[in-house]
Design a binder for this molecule. Structure first.
Ligand code: UD1
Length: 318
């Protein structure tokens, strides 16, 4: 049994990792400052873990959180492109300064490995598809810049201090527990709740924007593989975490009409600043070095996601 620290444990991805680790019988410590995470996400598991309310910007708290830990899964972030356009300083604090603190604390505590929630946004808007890890990054939003700075810190901590680090560039992770309630929420969480309530969703742009939407189980599996893969395969490296398929927002809306029973129309509004038009991953590197496989495809993931939001709506109205 190993000891894991999940930062951002009350968030969508963090809380999914906590559950998967507890299911495997691992020891789990989690921290969250509840800036975007929600206590509800941990309701039935919080008694089985060591949860601490703490901020990754608090180096003292991070030193304590890393004591006795084998693996850190660093998910804490303010995960929004438009929010970073409005508040680049706040985005940088959480997404870059916070990561540096996590790394310093992990290095001092002699943690075995740190796995980082990196972002496909670092590729920017170059037309070449699919995106592969050897392409030079070209961030077009403050969020992407901060995520890229964190990646560089990850790699540099391996080179300077020998701390094993692995970066997973997430491509639009979606699934149960993704918060639908903020204007900055992920598009599939927003569409699910809006369409189930009979509200008209909004597409920013012409709807031909495409994403490599990746169901949460795939991201959880990538994190576990990134902890167990031999160091020579993955330490100090960056991997795409995705499915290798892309779907447009218009196609997504049509698929969700069937799943939600929504019969209305979608509103079209101008594209958001900082948005990337197309995103699609080459996942060869993760397959080769981490043994990564796509466990759940887009259609099954979307069905499971809509079912979950339906069950939440029923629980509220009961
Ligand atoms: C998402 C993640 C980000 C991650 C990146 C790469 C979220 C909130 N952001 O960014 O953390 O690093 O993927 O994996 O999960 N859109 C609409 N209508 C809406 C909301 C969004 O049309 O109501 C559009 C957006 O303008 C964008 C696309 O849908 O074109 C996806 O947006 P979003 O879900 O916010 O994700 P990304 O910005 O791609």
């Amino acid at each position: 049994m190993a000891k894991y620290l999940v930062t951002g444990a009350a968030g969508f991805i963090g809380s999914s990792l906590v559950r998967a680790l507890l299911d495997r019988g691992e020891q789990v410590r989690g921290i969250d400052n509840f800036s975007t995470g929600r206590r509800d996400n941990l309701t039935e598991v919080i008694q089985r873990m060591d949860f601490r309310e703490a901020d990754i910007l608090d180096l003292d708290a991070m030193h304590k959180a890393c004591e006795g830990v084998d693996y850190v899964l660093h998910q804490a972030a303010i995960p929004s492109v438009p929010k970073s356009v409005l508040d680049p300083v706040g985005s940088n604090r959480a997404n870059a300064d916070g990561t540096l603190n996590v790394l310093v604390a992990a290095r001092d505590a002699k943690v075995k490995r740190v796995v980082y929630a990196a972002s496909s946004s670092v590729y920017g808007d170059k037309p070449t598809l699919p995106k592969h890890e050897a392409m030079s990054p070209d961030p077009i939003s403050p969020y992407a810049v901060a995520k890229l700075a964190s990646e560089f810190y990850m790699v540099c901590f391996y080179r300077c201090y020998g701390l094993q680090t692995v970066c997973l560039r997430y491509f639009n992770i979606f699934g149960p527990r993704q918060d639908p309630s903020s204007p900055y929420s992920g598009v599939l969480a927003k569409f699910s709740t809006q369409m189930l309530r009979g509200e008209h969703p909004t597409i920013f742009g012409d709807g031909e924007t495409s994403r490599d939407f990746t169901f949460i189980d795939n991201a959880v599996s990538a994190n576990l593989l990134a902890c167990s893969a031999p160091a020579q395969e993955c330490a100090g490296r960056v991997f795409n975490c995705a499915t290798g398929r892309r779907i447009t927002l218009n196609e997504t809306f049509e698929a969700m009409k069937k799943l939600t029973g929504f019969h209305g129309k979608v509103n079209y509004e101008p594209e958001r600043s900082g948005d990337i038009k197309h995103s699609l991953a080459d996942i060869t590197l993760a397959q080769k070095h981490l043994g990564y496989k796509v466990l759940v495809n887009f259609e099954d993931g979307l069905r499971r996601t809509v079912e979950w939001y339906k069950s939440q709506a029923k629980a509220v109205s009961a």
